[in-house]
Structure formats: structure tokens, C-alpha cells
Design a protein around this ligand. Structure first.
Ligand code: CMP
Length: 140
């Protein structure tokens, strides 16, 4: 089925100037960018996004990293977009990410891991609404 998923190009990948290379991977895999913006997250916006991880030991470092520089948030649309994006990203820890995945090629560490992608249909719905109003999404 055609799905939508939320993608974030994280501060490390923006700083490395590989936004375009990452978006190209989405496009080459048949995913379409239907919404996009660059923003600098603050503690409240990043903390709210990752609210499910609030009690995890890495939460503070995660919020601190995600607010360290601008990010690019996008809605990707396409057949099985949620799983397709996760396949393109590779494992959360770049040391475990399969060769040729975005994290294997661009990520440095489990925090500076280049990209985020929604992990389920329910997360995708929540995460897309967290960053985009309905009229900011341009289905094609
Ligand atoms: P992301 O997909 O953005 O979702 C939560 C983030 O927390 C994850 O990517 C990692 O960058 C970060 N993180 C840091 N430590 C861990 C950990 N031990 N397990 C999972 N995620 C972690």
C-alpha cells in the first residue's frame, strides 16, 4: 500500500553537507518527497518528538544532539514507505548497519546516526503531524 513516513536528516548529516545524497537515495528507491523543511529544534520540540524515550539513559544526549544544529524534516510517500525507508537507513547503530545503507555510509555513532525514520504506521502518523500541518503536505 502507498504509505507516508517521517524522515529526519539529523544535524551530523546536515553538517557533512550530504542532504542531497541522502534525498537521492530516497528518490532512487521510488519514494517521493511530499513535504520538507529545515528547522533548528529546541529542547521542547526535540524532547516532545522523542517522548517515548524519556526514561531511557540516552534521552539527554539524544535531545542535546538533535538540538546541536539544523535538521531537515521530510514526509516521504510511496509503496511500503515506512519499511522501505528503514531498509535504506540500516540499523540504528551504524556499526551494525548493512553495507550500502545510509547509516553505514554517513553515520558516525548511535547518536550521530545521520537519519531518523518512523518505525510503524502509528509512529508515522504521529510524527508527520508533529512537524507538518495537513496543508504543508503536497501529495503527487
Ligand atoms: P532514532 O531512530 O532517531 O530514534 C531514537 C534515537 O536515539 C536513535 O535514532 C539513536 O540515534 C538514539 N540512541 C542513542 N542510544 C540509543 C540506544 N541505546 N538505543 C536506541 N537508540 C539510541
Amino acid at each position: 500500500a502507498v504509505e507516508r513516513t517521517l524522515s529526519i536528516v539529523k544535524p551530523d548529516a546536515v553538517a557533512k553537507n550530504v542532504i542531497g545524497e541522502i534525498v537521492t537515495r530516497f528518490e532512487k528507491a521510488g519514494l517521493q518527497v511530499v513535504a520538507a523543511k529545515m528547522i533548528k529544534l529546541d529542547d521542547e520540540k526535540a524532547g516532545g518528538f522523542y517522548a517515548e524515550h524519556k526514561e531511557r539513559p540516552f534521552f539527554k544526549d539524544l535531545v542535546s544532539f538533535m538540538t546541536s544544529g539544523p535538521v531537515v524534516v521530510q514526509v516521504l510517500e510511496g509503496e511500503n514507505a515506512i519499511a522501505a525507508n528503514r531498509d535504506l537507513m540500516g540499523a540504528t547503530n551504524p556499526k551494525e548497519a548493512a553495507a550500502g545503507t545510509i547509516r553505514a555510509d554517513f553515520a558516525e555513532s548511535i547518536d550521530a546516526n545521520a537519519v531518523h525514520g518512523s518505525d510503524s504506521a502509528a509512529s508515522a502518523e504521529r510524527e508527520i503531524a508533529y512537524f507538518f500541518a495537513a496543508d504543508e503536505i503536497c501529495s503527487r
